[in-house]
Design a protein around this ligand. Structure first.
Ligand SMILES: Cc1cc2nc3c(=O)[nH]c(=O)nc-3n(C[C@H](O)[C@H](O)[C@H](O)COP(=O)(O)OP(=O)(O)OC[C@H]3O[C@@H](n4cnc5c(N)ncnc54)[C@H](O)[C@@H]3O)c2cc1C
Length: 470
């Protein structure tokens, strides 16, 4: 049976694009989720796929899906494998459909300011291509070099400048997808209409459970005439958060606001930017036409200066922009043997600070654990908190099962504290395997609608089974 299926895949994509080696299987069994990483680190094999298939075209994807359907084999789409929630892990074996050969830019439209590309393209490559037209996707996530367009759509990803340009779900114009029965569909050519429900948004955020997005058209933006940053120190988290809130509710349209809590300020801001201060560091950025930026930035500065303890000026804001990705990579990021969980939480302005302190208090009640956060993606009603609990290696049990139990317990209890206090998880990391159990709780009775859609599109449950609680 195994060799028969193998030859069917080889007929579709060529022998050289079907892999069953142990190395490929291991590479496709660990993503950025801490649990499989610690298991692999301690010599325990995680769930592995039986086949890894690399299609190049939508038609090949459709043929692979039909084979999976015929044999009722689980099929998991794999983009960059950089998701933090275990979303791409083949927990039931079967097929990994790796999209990385689907990396072509199909059209840059300089009139509509859109780009159409295959979804396996690494986002940095897409950005570089559109830069040749003096345009930008304005999607600058820290994983820009290791995640795909499809992965960002599947998780509703977000980038550094999301406060002005939006998240992936805001950038999408239309898409093409292969359904679980192998049919190829396209969504309407425009994202705003009153012709029924929004089909784009059914697939965006669906994490490969309802189909495989094969092609997407997303918005582009002109490279701004002026991009300006400025940083401030505040006495405490509250004052910095309140300044950010006032900039947003007064609709000054910054491209970015980032507030580092008092803990991250004395550690990360000092380590990465060399700014040695206590209190909370706030940086903002404005961009667009110079004249408009000047006015917006001046008013934002006036708001900040009402409570800031120090104006660090443009240079220490620009240096944050230049070093923005460093925070997420060695030697600045936490790593094994530490245990760490990123619980990306979103809440309205009246609730976010309370959620922060409640989660912090609880996480830090565990021995050897500390809690840090920065507030990264801002709306006119609330903001996103990028918070992490970090367990010192001395307090991480040596036994991987025990370590996982402790890790899951902190995650679970902090998640409940967030939800009970009016927040939602996650804002942009998705649900994956990690939060699959929490979907019913977060959706309430509405979860039935998702289950019905899943059942009708994928009656045999082959598409990324078990993820998103489906
Ligand atoms: C260092 C680091 C920094 C990060 N920074 C950010 C950040 O700034 N912003 C952010 O949003 N995220 C960030 N992330 C998380 C990660 O980059 C995102 O979750 C991203 O969306 C994952 O994309 P991927 O291509 O790696 O997807 P994968 O991990 O391969 O897959 C993720 C999910 O998407 C599904 N999927 C993938 N492609 C498709 C497709 N074509 N059709 C349907 N389903 C598909 C998979 O089945 C899986 O469920 C970071 C991760 C790391 C490691």
């Amino acid at each position: 049976m195994h060799s028969m299926i193998l030859s069917e895949f080889a007929d579709v994509v060529g022998q050289e694009n079907v892999h069953t080696s142990q190395a490929e299987k291991i590479a496709h069994s660990v993503d950025y989720y801490w649990v499989p990483r610690v298991w692999a680190d301690r010599g325990r094999l995680t769930h592995q796929p039986d086949f890894i298939v690399y299609p190049e075209t939508t038609e090949q994807v459709a043929a692979i899906v039909r084979i999976a359907g015929y044999y009722k084999m689980p099929l998991v789409t794999w983009g960059g494998g950089a998701g933090s929630q275990g979303g791409a892990l083949p927990t039931q074996g079967g097929i990994i459909l790796d999209t990385k050969r689907m990396n072509k830019v199909l059209e840059v439209n300089e009139i509509a300011h859109t780009v159409t590309a295959q979804t396996g393209i690494i986002h940095q490559d897409l950005e570089w291509e559109v830069n040749r037209h003096n345009l930008s996707t304005m999607h600058f996530p820290a994983s820009i070099s290791c995640s795909t367009l499809g992965g960002f759509l599947a998780h509703r990803g977000t980038g550094t400048l999301s406060t002005k340009y939006g998240k992936m779900e805001d950038l999408i114009i239309s898409l093409e997808a292969v359904l679980p029965n192998g049919e190829i569909i396209e969504t309407p050519p425009v994202p705003r209409h009153s012709s029924g429900p929004d089909l784009n948004q059914l697939f965006v955020g669906s994490e490969g459970t309802l189909g495989i997005m094969t092609k997407a058209t997303i918005k582009l933006f002109p490279v701004p005439e002026e991009r300006r940053f400025r940083a401030f120190m505040f006495r405490n988290n509250h004052d910095a958060l309140d300044a950010g809130r006032r900039i947003m509710v007064n609709r000054l349209q910054p491209a970015v606001i980032r507030v580092y809590d008092e803990n991250e300020t004395v550690h990360q801001i000092k380590k990465v930017l060399g700014i040695d201060r206590t209190g909370a560091y706030l940086v903002y950025g404005f961009e667009g036409y110079k004249d408009i930026v000047e006015i917006q930035e001046r008013i934002a500065a006036e708001i900040c200066l009402e409570t800031a303890t120090e104006d660090l000026g443009p240079r220490l804001g620009e240096s944050w922009w230049e070093n923005r990705y460093k925070f997420y990579y060695p030697p600045y990021i936490m790593d094994l043997p530490e245990a760490f969980g990123t619980m990306d939480v979103v809440a309205t302005y009246d609730k976010i600070e309370n959620v922060y302190y409640k989660m912090k208090e609880h996480a830090e009640s565990f021995p050897g654990t500390h809690f840090i956060a920065h507030f990264s993606h801002w709306y006119d009603w609330g903001c996103m908190m990028y918070d992490r609990f970090i367990i010192h290696p001395d307090y991480v049990p040596a036994d991987p099962d025990e370590a996982t139990r402790l890790y899951n317990r902190i995650w679970n209890e902090c998640m409940h504290i967030a939800v009970d206090n009016g927040a939602l998880l996650n804002e942009h990391h998705g649900i994956g395997l990690k939060l699959t159990y929490a979907m019913r709780e977060m959706y309430g009775t509405g979860f039935k609608v998702l289950q019905t859609i899943k059942k009708s599109l994928d009656p045999d449950g082959i598409m990324n089974p078990g993820k998103l609680g489906l």
